[in-house]
Design a protein around this ligand. Structure first.
Ligand code: ZN
Length: 282
């Protein structure tokens, strides 16, 4: 009797430890928007090659997104980085031209919804600019779905302007699933990475199909502001203007055809319209 009881007890303990370790599986796809920082520019000039922002200041949000799927979890972009969150008032970079800040760490926000880095099965990046890769080093145990052209660009020495100088080394360390174009993450069409080059050579956007909310498209840096979307403006520092416009053309047709909700990731207004943690879109 005693032995059975102790076996049972051991079994229960093991079960308990497991339920603490692994986030409970979800029954349907969920999209969580996470605040991963704020960029405050003294001068937004580089964000349009046609002069509209010349000399004007402005702020850009830097969100991360967690997509929970019955078959696993995908983290889309990893923000400014929890090192920025550690500095209470943020940090100045580029000789004070840009101020970076983050209120709470990504890790703590994930924890608030019962998710640890070990629960993140996949990580994918819209592109490798530093404000989208900040916490990447926390997720080297996940499978990274990476665009080959983006990886090749990050491997240049030195990497182009805006690229995270540490990302190529992390890609080399992580388990990767290299891709050339569109990619169906869970194999059921509900979460798709779409090839949209132009901002960078391997830039991509994310299309998520939700039961109640319908199709949601996360922009990456296809646009940085709502006005840039409205007026099809192209930043000065994009790799290729013509590719950018072709990508815009493709995505806007998909938005029309799927009646999608389009989220400009860097728009604080768009971010404010999304549910706040622990709430989510489903
Ligand atoms: Zn960018």
């Amino acid at each position: 009797m005693h032995r059975i009881a102790s076996l049972l007890f051991t079994g229960l303990l093991a079960f308990d430890a497991m339920s603490v370790r692994a986030a409970e599986a979800v029954a349907e796809v969920r999209l969580y928007a996470i605040d991963c920082g704020l960029l405050q520019f003294k001068d937004l000039t580089p964000f349009a090659d046609t002069g509209e922002y010349d000399g004007k200041p402005g702020n850009l949000a830097a969100p991360c997104f967690l997509i929970r799927h019955p078959k696993g979890n995908l983290l889309w972009d990893t923000g400014l980085g929890d090192k920025i969150a550690a500095a209470k008032d943020g940090v100045d970079v580029e000789n004070g031209a840009l101020h970076l800040s983050q209120k709470t760490t990504l890790i703590d926000q994930l924890k608030s919804i019962g998710v640890t880095p070990a629960d993140v099965s996949y990580v994918a990046f819209s592109h490798f600019h530093f404000d989208h890769t900040g916490n990447a080093g926390e997720f080297t145990g996940s499978t990274w779905i990476v665009n080959k052209a983006e990886v090749a660009t990050a491997q240049q020495n030195p990497p182009p302007y805006g690229f995270d100088p540490g990302i190529a080394a992390l890609v080399a360390k992580a388990k990767t699933q290299p891709i050339d174009g569109d990619y169906d993450v869970f194999g059921d069409g509900s979460v798709k990475i779409l090839k949209t080059p132009g901002h960078t050579p391997g830039h991509q956007v994310l299309e998520v199909k939700l039961k109640k909310s319908g199709v949601v498209i996360l922009s990456g840096d296809l646009y940085h502001t709502l006005a840039n979307r409205q007026f099809r403006r192209v930043p000065i520092f994009n790799t290729e203007r013509a590719d950018t416009l072709a990508s815009i053309d493709r995505v806007e047709k998909i938005v029309t055809n799927t009646h999608a909700r389009f989220v400009v990731q860097h728009s604080a207004e768009d971010f404010a319209r999304l549910p706040k943690l622990p709430a989510y879109l489903n």
